[in-house]
Design a binder for this molecule. Structure first.
Ligand code: ATP
Length: 286
């Protein structure tokens, strides 16, 4: 049985701005996205019986078509017409779920890339992204990874200079947030204040780590944070433990801090882990 395992990495938002709402109801965004090393392991195997199977290590995460990885596999065959060998997917989840870290999107991206390789289709990144966006706006970013400006509904990607390497402490408090619910409170993108996206792009171009930390901002943080005071508590703990900057990722509730020194990051990790078990120490990567 042909199979391969891919690391499906999580993303964080350095900035997140909601710029408007289209007549079809989709919001437009402008955000700087960054890959981190925290990842799920996604094993994809072709199997001869033609069936689609998925298993994962979390009892509450669905294994049927509600799982984006399963939908990715079926879509791959639908649009490429590859001979349907059937697919077995096994996911070891480490990325917190419904957390603002694109966990489902990155698993879906990993399945598309794995099937492309296993079937030797060589579709190329552009085509894989066209397929991926049908599954979700964050999937094209997860296919590309790295440091990117995402616009449109999140699928218009521009590569940015790589972010200076640093440590990241991610903390997910024990509740989940509905992304649709947060968008519903965004007033169609008529929000203030907004992130200094242009300043963030300059800071990245200059590899100005302090400038990056200074400009971390997410317009969704006041909304999600308004319902959940834990987000402000986590951010203050990160900063008081020595984070160089801290902000919520995506629609939340995961809140992260950036650290240039490993020891400081470890202290923050140990401190937050006591109150919030779903805390992770990771780093920026491609
Ligand atoms: P984003 O940052 O793209 O908004 P998220 O990190 O907030 O995503 P996910 O972890 O992708 O959220 O989970 C959102 C929903 O998707 C959950 O309710 C979950 O049940 C569902 N889901 C489907 N497939 C997966 C998967 N493979 N991994 C995680 N969640 C999945």
């Amino acid at each position: 049985m042909k199979s391969m395992t891919r690391e499906a990495k999580a993303k964080i938002n350095l900035t997140l701005d909601v710029t408007g709402k289209r007549p079809n109801g989709y919001h437009t965004v402008k955000m700087v996205m960054q890959t981190v090393a925290l990842h799920d392991d996604v094993t994809v195997a072709l199997n001869e019986d033609g069936g689609f199977y998925l298993k994962n290590n979390l009892p509450y995460l669905p294994c049927d078509d509600r799982n984006l990885a399963m939908r990715a596999a079926k879509l791959f065959y639908e649009v490429t017409g590859a001979p349907n060998a059937g697919t077995r997917i096994e996911i070891t989840k480490r990325i917190p779920v419904a957390a603002g870290l694109a966990g489902g999107s990155t698993d879906a991206a990993a399945v598309l890339c794995a099937l492309d390789t296993l079937h030797d289709r060589r579709l190329g990144v552009e085509r894989l992204c066209e397929i991926g966006v049908k599954l979700g706006a964050d999937v094209p970013y997860c296919i590309r990874g790295g440091t990117m400006l995402a616009q449109g509904i999140g699928e218009e990607l521009t590569a940015l200079p790589p972010m200076p390497r640093c440590f990241v402490v991610l903390c997910k408090p024990p509740f989940s947030v509905s992304t649709a619910g947060v968008y519903a409170e965004m007033n169609g993108g008529n929000v203030s204040p907004r992130p200094d996206t242009a300043g963030m792009l300059r800071a990245l171009a200059d590899a100005d780590y302090a400038g990056i930390c200074h400009r971390l901002y997410n317009v969704m943080e006041p909304v999600t944070g308004g319902h959940h005071p834990e987000i402000a508590d986590i951010r203050s703990t990160l900063l008081s433990c020595g984070a160089d900057g801290a902000v919520m990722s995506g629609s939340g509730p995961t809140t992260y801090g950036l650290f240039c020194a490993r020891e400081t990051a470890e202290t923050a990790y140990e401190t937050l882990k006591k109150a919030f078990p779903d805390t992770h120490l990771t780093e920026i990567c491609d």
